[in-house]
Ligand binder design. Structure first.
Ligand SMILES: [Cu+2]
Length: 131
């Protein structure tokens, strides 16, 4: 194999497996709060929208595969609480019931699958729980 061809092949392989190539598609999606200020206390309703950034459209039918709710915005990452999806269906909006245990900033960390997108969508939405 001549050296030039060898280098070109190596470059093509790097391009194929580069993490940036993979991230480009998943990063087309962003989670946003429907309302960022929420009620502090158990059973508080919170909701997020999933937006496909290039089109600006809400994404329907995403499957939320993982959630974590913690107080990392207030430097209390170890403080977590339960968060459960509700059965209520509004297209493009994903609703949860959260048991807030403290007023302040809470981060809802999400992983989701979207049809036609092989990569897992990862996002963080910050809510402020108020009395
Ligand atoms: Cu806390």
């Amino acid at each position: 194999m001549n050296p030039f061809f060898k280098a070109a092949t190596a470059a093509a392989v790097i391009a194929l497996f580069s993490p940036q190539t993979v991230l480009a598609a998943a990063s087309d999606y962003v989670f946003e709060p429907v309302v960022a200020e929420v009620r502090n206390g158990p059973g508080s309703e919170i909701a997020v929208k999933l937006i496909h950034k290039p089109s600006g459209k809400a994404v329907e039918g995403a499957i939320i595969i993982r959630t974590r709710l913690d107080m990392s915005p207030d430097s209390m990452e170890a403080m977590t609480t339960t968060v459960e999806p509700t059965t209520e269906i509004t297209p493009g909006i994903y609703k949860f019931r959260a048991d807030f245990t403290m007023a302040g900033g809470w981060a809802l960390k999400l992983q989701a699958k979207v049809q036609g997108e092989p990569e897992t969508i990862v996002g963080t939405v910050v809510f402020t729980a108020k009395k």
